[in-house]
Design a protein around this ligand. Structure first.
Ligand code: HEC
Ligand code: HEC
Ligand code: HEC
Length: 442
């Protein structure tokens, strides 16, 4: 908390330095393209594709609501932020916005009045999107049905509710400027970089964040925690990243949500369903080429080997509950049950995803699995059993990741319960007596 307060002081000072009062970012645009009906139709089609690449519908559609009408709550460490209505409704959407207003939002994170928007909106990434692509997205959004709907007010505590502070945040964490192709790199690499770093906003989840929610610049795409899931290391690290994946493995995963290494779950399930599965093979290949060029992250050292007693207890839980699918030696069954041996997510330094997938499973409405068969949830395992089995899979089959404690499990369980009281067991379950037929450790 101390670090956060110091950070806030700095941000407040920067906000003051940046000048009080809303001031609109300067947007320089060429003439609005004059289009024939055919050209306009092509622009709208291109915009539809790019809107999917940017996954705009994911945040701007509330569960059960009309597409782009807003109202979905985004959980941030600072409180809830609701995505607004971006349909062409004039009163409640963005139908009355000018072209410059729209570009200002996407490129500078400001609304039509020059007020700063929260970076829960991925503008730090969209800032890189080329002007003609922003025009295409606008052209498409202008064609979706106008819906009259106003999202609830953000639920942010003081001082995070002060939009002016975002001016300071931007000075520290935000760089404007559209993507510039890098000389010496292939057109394919540049296209992939443009999609991953720009519209795809992969780093929004896959780059670790500092206390203020800014990207840790030295650790781009090295893995971050979002809604309790660990969004994997996407660098060339062989143990925790994509080092042992081929370009085709990446393409298959992004296209279908499954490949021979793993299948998509957590926040990635929605990304695949709404966004990457809609992209052309050429674009997915370009993204794969770019990702494969990322140098390996540094493997964080494992302080201590797991205690033998915890491994023994964990093996008992594994053999009883997990081995049917993942196979006793963790080698899995290709295309059905991922191997836990040499699995990047299992080897991740942070155990968040391993704990959460045991508690919630996948393949339900709350935790979909677009490519996979789905995994059983084990909400009734005690915190100790989850810690033990997680430690066992992370410390066996050739894996080497830190042991998991009961406290870490308790924290993830509380987060899961808070987010979705239906999906998880009642909070009392983990504290209850050991499961009736808990096997005695051999
Ligand atoms: C990760 C979630 C997320 C994604 C993805 C996302 N948005 Fe948003 N967007 C938000 C949130 C949250 C806000 C409101 C932020 C605030 O209240 O300050 C917002 C605000 C906006 C606004 C300002 C609207 C207003 O009334 O002030 C526009 C325009 C917008 N988004 C367009 C887009 C477009 C276009 C895309 C896709 C290229 C997109 N958004 C993708 C979350 C998202
Ligand atoms: C909303 C958050 C979010 C966004 C945005 C996101 N991811 Fe993910 N991603 C995750 C999570 C969580 C996982 C871990 C679960 C899994 O393996 O499916 C993951 C896993 C992956 C994996 C599997 C890695 C492995 O070792 O198993 C790949 C590859 C991947 N993401 C690529 C991407 C790319 C490329 C983008 C941008 C187009 C992207 N992701 C955007 C959350 C996200
Ligand atoms: C009914 C079969 C089944 C059982 C039983 C099962 N799993 Fe899974 N497991 C899966 C499937 C399928 C996936 C892939 C999830 C998805 O994509 O939806 C998975 C994924 C995982 C992952 C993530 C791997 C990755 O690639 O990121 C871990 C970790 C895991 N399981 C651990 C366990 C543990 C520990 C148990 C026992 C407590 C267990 N599983 C029991 C089927 C199962």
């Amino acid at each position: 908390m101390k670090g956060m307060r110091a950070g806030l002081g700095m941000i407040a000072a920067l906000a003051l330095a940046a000048g009080l009062g809303a001031c609109k970012a300067n947007v320089k645009l060429g003439a609005e393209p004059q289009a024939s009906p055919e050209q306009q139709a092509a622009l709208v089609a291109k915009g539809h594709y790019l809107t999917q690449a940017g996954d705009c519908a994911a945040c701007h559609t509330r569960p059960g609501g009309e597409e782009f009408a807003g109202g979905r709550a985004l959980e941030t460490p600072f409180g809830k932020i609701y995505a607004p209505n971006i349909t062409p409704d004039k009163a409640t959407g963005i139908g009355a916005w000018t072209r410059a207003d729209f570009h200002r939002a996407v490129h500078h994170g400001q609304d039509d009045e020059g007020q700063n928007l929260y970076p829960a909106f991925s503008y730090p990434f969209y800032a890189k999107v080329k002007d003609e692509d922003v025009d295409a997205i606008r052209a498409y959004l202008n064609t979706v049905p106008a819906v009259s709907y106003t999202a609830p007010k953000n639920e942010l505590g003081f001082p995070f509710n002060i939009r002016l502070l975002l001016k300071g945040w931007n000075l520290l964490h935000f760089r404007s400027g559209v993507w510039q192709d890098q000389a010496g790199k292939s057109a394919e690499w540049n296209r992939g970089a443009y999609l991953v770093e720009g519209l795809g906003h992969c780093g929004a989840c896959h780059t670790p964040k500092n206390l203020m929610g800014g990207d840790v610049k030295e650790r781009l795409l090295q893995g971050g925690v979002l809604e309790g899931w660990f969004a994997s290391d996407l660098t060339g690290n062989k143990k925790t990243g994509l080092g042992s994946w081929s370009e085709q493995d990446i393409v298959d995963f992004l296209k279908t949500g499954i490949n021979s290494h793993t299948s998509a779950y957590g926040g990635m399930a929605e990304v695949v369903r709404l966004s990457t599965s809609k992209l052309t093979d050429e674009d997915l290949k370009a993204m794969a080429v770019y990702l494969k060029s990322k140098p390996a992250s540094r493997t964080q050292p494992v302080a201590a080997a797991p205690r033998p007693a915890q491994l023994t207890a964990g093996k008992a839980v594994y053999d009883k509950n997990c081995a049917d699918c993942h196979v006793p030696d963790g080698s899995g069954i290709p295309s059905l049950f991922p191997a836990l041996a040499a699995n990047a997510n299992v080897n991740a330094h942070t155990p968040a995803s391993v704990i959460q997938i045991i508690l919630t499973g996948t393949g339900s409405a709350e935790n979909p699995s677009p490519g996979g068969t789905g995994m059983t949830a084990f909400p009734k395992l005690t915190n100790k059993e989850v810690a033990d089995v997680a430690t066992y899979v992370r410390g066996s089959f050739g894996n080497k990741a830190p042991a998991v404690t009961e406290r870490e499990v308790a924290r993830v369980r509380a987060e899961v319960n808070r987010r979705n009281p239906v999906a998880a067991a009642p909070a009392s379950a983990p504290a209850a007596a050991p499961a009736p037929e808990a096997p005695a450790a051999k």
